[in-house]
Design a protein around this ligand. Structure first.
Ligand SMILES: Cc1cc2nc3c(=O)[nH]c(=O)nc-3n(C[C@H](O)[C@H](O)[C@H](O)COP(=O)(O)O)c2cc1C
Length: 148
């Protein structure tokens, strides 16, 4: 298995942290908060995953700003997210940045995450119970493909 670092930003309900931890458990990857990635030597890792919750159609700015400061020339990476809506349709901004920094994107993973942002709180939120066991299982299967 490839040596993997997983960089994440998660603050709303810890949804993305649950996915990042499941991925790390399955692949032996090291976990790193986005705010701390500047202290890492990325040349030690063969693949790096970047994930966060989605805020207005993009990964959290904490993750995007962290990626801005990295040199990823030729580095294999993957992107992941949790969001109220689920899926990977909001990965465009992160992709653009990763490519600008020289990274080669190997894959994407996205799933639903409990979302009580703004007026959604009034109706008890959406995607309650996510990430669920199936989401965690899907995340593990995805990362195993990435580190193979
Ligand atoms: C400020 C804010 C903006 C959000 N914007 C979106 C959005 O544009 N699309 C979406 O599907 N979910 C949106 N969400 C929901 C989060 O992406 C979702 O709850 C995610 O799982 C939170 O991840 P976290 O618990 O790891 O922080 C938003 C949440 C917050 C707090």
């Amino acid at each position: 298995m490839k040596k993997c670092l997983i960089v994440y930003d998660s603050y709303h309900h810890g949804n993305t942290e649950k996915i990042a931890s499941a991925m790390a458990g399955a692949s032996g990857a090291e976990l790193c908060k986005a705010s701390e990635v500047k202290d890492k030597n990325l040349s030690e890792y063969e693949i790096v995953g970047f994930g966060a919750g989605i805020d207005k159609g993009k990964h959290y700015s904490g993750l995007l700003n962290a990626v801005e400061g990295l040199s990823l020339s030729g580095k294999t990476v993957f992107a992941f997210s949790t969001s109220g809506r689920g899926g990977t349709g909001s990965h465009g901004a992160l992709h653009k940045l990763l490519e600008k920094r020289g990274a080669v994107i190997a894959g994407d993973f996205g799933c639903k995450g409990f979302d009580t942002y703004g007026p959604l709180a009034l109706i008890g939120g959406i995607s309650k119970g996510h990430p669920n066991d199936k989401d965690l299982e899907d995340a593990k299967n995805f990362v195993l493909k990435m580190v193979k």
